[in-house]
Design a protein around this ligand. Sequence first.
Ligand code: PLP
Length: 397
Amino acid sequence: MDRDQCLALDAEDPLREFRDEFVLPEGVVYLVGNSLGALPRHTAERVRRTVEDEWGRQLVGGWNHAGWFDQPLTAGDRLAPLIGAGPGQVVVGNTTSIAVYQAVAAALRLRPERRVIVSDTRNFPTDHYMVQGLAGLLGGYELRDLSEGRFDDAAVVLLSEVDYRTGARQDVPAVTAAAHAAGALIVWDLCHSVGAMEVDVSGADFAVGCTYKYLNAGPGAPAFLYVHPRHQAAAENVLSGWYGHAEPFAFETGYRPAEGVRRFGVSTPHVLSFAALEAALDVWERVPMELVRAKSVALTSLFIELVGDRLELASPADPERRGSQVSLRHPDGYPVMRALIDRGVHGDFRAPDILRFGFAPLYIGYADVHDAATTLLEVLDKELWREEKYATRLAVT
Ligand SMILES: *Cc1c(COP(=O)(O)O)cnc(C)c1O
């Protein structure tokens, strides 16, 4: 497909109006929305309002009068449709790592007779690290890797819907059914699927995810935790902070959990970050997710086609089995990516040899994909990555 054909596809793209709702620097093809989503145009005004009008004028009254106190639940209800959940099932706050800890600990307590935790050692390491810390604290748990392929005797299975490194996508209903058939509970990590495709966790026990990737809520934006209604009365929050207490302002000596998903609150919400999340959700409320997924499949497939067999594909070739990202292998992946970024095409690098490209359908178009692939092929063909300055590693790759 040539560039003019790509421009024609952009012209008839039903999502094209969303492109203007994001701020992107001139001359940049931003393929890192799977790590930090782009800035929605009206976020600055929304955050300014919270800073100047709410904090500046209402001061501490903002907790009552600007809705700050209930943010973990009101934001959760707004986010819920993006993961196939209903009202009162999602709480927002803290970080994904903390939510993983809460969800896995709650699941273990619901399966006290079992002593096995199944996790995926290839998953984003923090999930696995949190489980290691939890298992170490509790003692007596066996950590089993997903590659063993067995859920028997498992108390809980913790998996990502889309793998951060390869973009491989799990079959959520099938794996959930297999975990349940084995008597285990399942916790889904949605960091790399929410906002990139239709997600449905309504059959799962718990789910977690971040809002700063495809959801575009900004650096350090809060995470979310979903608890299935069937567990809400019995599930316990081991991080029993005052925000999950039945009456935080009773200041009682003993912890008494709130009803429903509110009990999974831990501490005071990050109000300024919530303002940016609210702005991001304003956009999502108008987005038809089936169009996002269809365009995502088209963009990733086009990129793979244009790169051809020049580099080994680390992502599944079948778009059904792939998230919204394409990963390619190159032994000198790091300098290759630095050379690309220098030419305006932003992807990232994941050790040891993965070039990662995320395609956020709200602000990436077909011509962008064409430009990115052309630049990548040029960097490879002319060996532009061999320049000395691309060899030194920066802190964040
Ligand atoms: C991005 C990501 C995280 C991020 O965790 P933080 O606590 O926000 O640092 C966790 N898990 C997965 C699978 C991720 O992709």
